[in-house]
Design a protein around this ligand. Structure first.
Ligand SMILES: NC(=O)c1ccc[n+]([C@@H]2O[C@H](COP(=O)([O-])OP(=O)(O)OC[C@H]3O[C@@H](n4cnc5c(N)ncnc54)[C@H](O)[C@@H]3O)[C@@H](O)[C@H]2O)c1
Length: 344
């Protein structure tokens, strides 16, 4: 009997309770419908304490392996360091559970393809990668408008992810495992561009970048401001910009240009609808970080995962979307380092 037929909540375990994992866990524990967050795992004592005390999670483990053996689960949500995603996804699929994986799926294409091959042996299990922007109501409306022919044939996507400058530069510590600014940040813009353009095949990429504020990134061959152009089969193009150094806040924005019009999502980073006018001019406050910008989308994304696992809606994106995002992100990263146009 399928879960939807039994109508019981999906039993979920979460792996990783760091910066983003705690947010996903709060959504699963308190906001997402038709699921119970019954287990969590983390190698860090304080995170396991938080799982018990703040979230009331009954079963808490110090490793994914222990959680898979010790808890009765239907699905696992992985919010662990990117370098662990491929092996952990395979372990969860082999254990017979549905799996949600934070982006990116992996830092090399071979690992993505290995995960896809294992998934192919488990066709009834859901494996969904967290491209959260697809669940943001504004991006979803933009996509629906493009499907309804509002801008004609889309041929150019110009998309940026810009984080507010952080003096502690926490991402510098993660630069060795995150894959760098394009794999960490622009991977969202890459997925958006493919989605908005109808998933054309990427042919080649060129990238450049600069270190404006965080000189320690040089040891990881990374930058804090990066630019890239991606060429797709059939003539479509994407222009991407990622920054870690914006002064005013977090500003994710995207423009889709078509043969009969264009649309724009997110320009201006306004926190709300209040506009202040005084001796300094006219202004609004800005969104501070990606979580504030995509708070609603993170909740809708988890609801989509739960609904997909319970069979009440189709899985919204495929593992091959994630593999393509990694393939393009890697070509961009190679180009940043080589200074050459790189084949995708
Ligand atoms: N969708 C988005 O917009 C978005 C935003 C931020 C991060 N992310 C992704 O989420 C993932 C986690 O990022 P983060 O910023 O929360 O990192 P983080 O370092 O704050 O958290 C990582 C967590 O994984 C745990 N962990 C480490 N090894 C583990 C293991 N073997 N088993 C179980 N847990 C383990 C750590 O204890 C920690 O709780 C990354 O892949 C990142 O790319 C996505």
């Amino acid at each position: 009997m399928s879960l939807s037929a039994s109508n019981r909540p999906l039993r979920i375990g979460i792996a990783g309770l760091g910066r983003l994992g705690m947010r996903h866990a709060e959504n699963l524990a308190f906001r997402v419908r038709h699921c119970d967050l019954v287990a969590a795992c983390s190698p860090v004592d304080s995170e396991r304490d938080a799982a018990r005390q703040q979230l009331g999670i009954p079963q808490v483990f110090d490793s994914l392996e222990a959680m898979l053996q010790g808890a009765d689960l239907d699905a696992v949500v992985l919010v662990t360091p990117t370098s662990l995603h491929a092996e952990q996804t395979i372990a969860v699929l082999e254990a017979g559970k549905h799996v949600f994986i934070e982006k990116p799926l992996a830092l090399n294409v071979a690992d993505c393809e290995r995960v896809e091959a294992v998934k192919a042996r488990h066709p009834d299990q859901v494996a969904m990668v967290g491209f959260v922007r697809r669940f943001d109501p504004s991006y979803a409306n933009a996509y629906a408008s493009i499907q309804a022919d509002a801008v004609g044939k889309p041929f150019l996507v110009r998309s940026q992810t810009a984080d507010q400058y952080s003096p502690d530069g926490f991402f510098v510590r993660f630069a060795g495992t995150s894959g760098g600014i394009f794999m960490d940040c622009s991977v969202h813009d890459i997925d958006l561009a493919r989605w908005m353009l109808g998933s054309p095949r990427a042919l080649r990429a060129y990238a450049s970048g600069t270190i404006a504020c965080h000189p320690d990134l040089a040891q990881h061959q990374d930058v804090d401001n990066g630019l890239a152009i991606v060429e797709f089969e059939g003539g479509a193009r994407a222009v991407l910009y990622a920054s870690r150094t914006f002064a005013h806040g977090h500003e994710t924005q995207t423009e889709v240009i078509g043969t009969r019009g264009q649309l724009q999502v997110g320009a201006g980073a306004a926190r709300d609808r209040v506009v202040y006018s005084d001796q300094h001019g006219v202004r609004h406050l800005a969104v501070q970080d990606f979580f504030e910008r995509f708070e609603q989308a993170f909740q809708l994304e988890m609801q989509a995962f739960v609904d997909s696992c319970r069979g009440t809606r189709p899985v919204p994106l495929s593992l091959s979307d994630a593999t393509e995002a990694t393939r393009i992100g890697l070509a961009i990263t190679r180009s940043l380092r080589s200074g050459q146009v790189e084949p995708v």
